[in-house]
Design a binder for this molecule. Structure first.
Ligand code: SF4
Ligand code: SF4
Length: 196
């Protein structure tokens, strides 16, 4: 029949229009910023630096190895390594970043920095409301802006953060010295036989 396709299309439109008043799944308009859609676990925006314990400076996992700086495609990471060392999460003395900046006006959210980091130190945030009125330095994120606690990481990526914790705990357990072998004592005296 001529026009059947148009009628069919209009029926779909009508069904969705009417359904949008009654069915929750069809209520697709979100009244942002008063309402916000929940973001999926793997949503990502810009990188952050993770720290353990309560101290953002002492607990920072980053050891300033600069791998992420080298691998970042648009070269928007800038790191200056410390001259002294501080203990890492396993108590091993490590360098730390004296300066760690990311220019998020250049960052393309590719996550390569996260993938190449051998220390689980850099992860992707979910915050997207970072626009600024000023054009230049306002989008330069300094070490203090980038530092986020491991609890925050658990809030935004619970599954991934739990996997990372397990991995780090296993690595720490492997590095710990095992229990000392038991000292060789005197051999027990042979027991008399009861067969007689
Ligand atoms: S997400 Fe990509 S572009 Fe952004 S800092 Fe990391 S490597 Fe660079
Ligand atoms: S974030 Fe990771 S890869 Fe980048 S400097 Fe720190 S430890 Fe190295």
């Amino acid at each position: 029949m001529i026009g059947a396709g148009i009628l069919k299309g209009m029926a779909v439109t009508l069904r969705n229009f009417a359904g949008s008043y009654f069915e929750k799944d069809r209520l697709i308009t979100v009244q942002y910023p008063e309402e916000r859609s929940p973001l999926p676990e793997n949503y990502r925006n810009f990188p952050i630096l993770i720290y353990d314990t309560e101290d953002a400076e002492a607990g920072l996992r980053c050891v300033a190895c600069k791998i992420c700086e080298k691998e970042c495609p648009p070269q928007c990471i800038y790191i200056v390594k410390s001259e002294d060392k501080k203990p890492d999460y396993m108590g091993k003395p490590q360098f730390y970043p004296k300066i760690f900046d990311i220019d998020i006006s250049v960052c393309m959210s590719c996550q390569i920095c996260v993938e190449v980091c051998p220390f689980e130190a850099i992860k992707m945030d979910k915050v997207f409301e970072l626009s600024k009125r000023e054009r230049f330095d306002a989008l330069l994120q300094r070490k203090n802006d980038l530092a986020k606690s491991n609890s925050y990481y658990h809030e935004i990526h619970p599954v991934e953060a739990a996997e990372v914790d397990t991995k780090l705990a296993e690595a720490a357990a492997k590095k710990k010295p095992g229990p000392a072998p038991a000292a060789a004592g005197p051999k027990p005296a042979p027991q008399p036989s009861n067969t007689g």
